[in-house]
Design a protein around this ligand. Structure first.
Ligand code: SF4
Length: 298
């Protein structure tokens, strides 16, 4: 298999085939992200993709799901994605779902008719880093879209019959606006009803713009207490009908998983217990290592 650069994937795609069809991210400008800063965006040659599919047909012939790499593979034209899907189904007949990272901008660039065709060829359960429903936070993170646009595009996916997972970042509006961020993000999630909600917490590794904004005091990060308050408010306001809550990322003050609405009260209880346990540190900041993992949570 040909792989270029570090291959990131959502944790729930760990057991499936990772097939690289692009290199880097076509946006590559989010203030908290430097995952693909080491190389410009490019499209993998179709011959290379076909070779990798051929190889996979020998090594993992029974695979049921394929995750297309890299940062926003859904940026590819509908024609290109259909071509890749055809090659996959031809050589890997047991594949049921073809998933990938997608951005709101990638959806905007496709017609309703194209989205329907992509769903028909097995493309589904896109993983979208929507991050927030709060316009101020979206601007600060340089996401390149407004909340209104993101709701519009996500509802277009829904209309085409596609499920999606949404990534949301706690703390992304900073210490002064955590409440507004939680409320606006809950409203956005309630409007679009994602199949899965992936929760992470803002962290800035050296190299990204946000790291320097934090160092220079331009961006004020949330304390332990504010992160707990934001997570609690978000969960309280959520009115989801049937969503997997995937929040075990090590950057979270309260890592937990469950289903909403089923486990809502249990989750709120865990947050309250964490608040009691950390009562003497609520005004301090989590001590973080790589990928934002918290070192002093205990
Ligand atoms: S967060 Fe996603 S869209 Fe933004 S730069 Fe990173 S990979 Fe690209």
């Amino acid at each position: 298999m040909h792989y270029t650069g570090i291959i990131y994937r959502p944790p729930f795609e760990a057991d499936f085939l990772l097939l690289q069809v692009t290199v880097g991210c076509s946006h590559n400008k989010c203030s908290f992200c430097y995952m693909y800063h080491d190389r410009p965006f490019s499209v993998c040659p179709i011959e290379q993709v076909a070779e990798d599919i051929e190889e996979a047909s020998r090594t993992v012939p029974n695979v049921k799901r394929v995750f297309l790499e890299h940062g926003d593979a859904f940026v590819l034209s509908a024609e290109r994605l259909e071509k890749i899907a055809d090659l996959i189904h031809e050589k890997l007949p047991k594949v049921e779902t073809i998933s990938m990272y997608a951005s709101i901008l990638n959806i905007r660039n496709k017609t309703d008719e194209e989205l329907l065709r992509l769903k028909e060829c097995g493309i589904n359960e896109l993983d979208i880093g929507v991050e927030s429903g709060f316009d101020t936070a979206l601007t600060m993170m340089n996401k390149g879209y407004t909340n209104e646009e993101s709701v519009t595009q996500l509802l277009r996916l829904k209309k085409a019959g596609m499920d999606f997972s949404l990534n949301v970042i706690l703390g992304c509006a900073g210490a002064d606006l955590w409440k507004e961020n939680a409320e606006a993000t809950a409203d956005m999630l309630n409007s679009v009803q994602p199949h899965l909600l992936f929760i992470g917490t803002l962290h800035a590794d050296k190299g990204c713009q946000l790291y320097y904004d934090m160092q220079n005091g331009i961006f004020k990060e949330c304390t332990y207490g504010q992160l707990l308050d934001e997570q609690e408010l978000l969960i309280r306001k959520l009115e989801l009908n049937d969503t997997i809550y995937f929040g075990s990322h090590p950057s979270n003050v309260v890592p937990m998983e469950g289903y909403l609405p089923l486990h809502k009260e249990e989750m709120l209880d865990v947050i309250q217990k964490t608040r009691e346990r950390l009562h003497d540190r609520l005004n301090t900041y989590p001590l973080r290592a790589g990928e934002g993992s918290i070192l002093d949570r205990k």
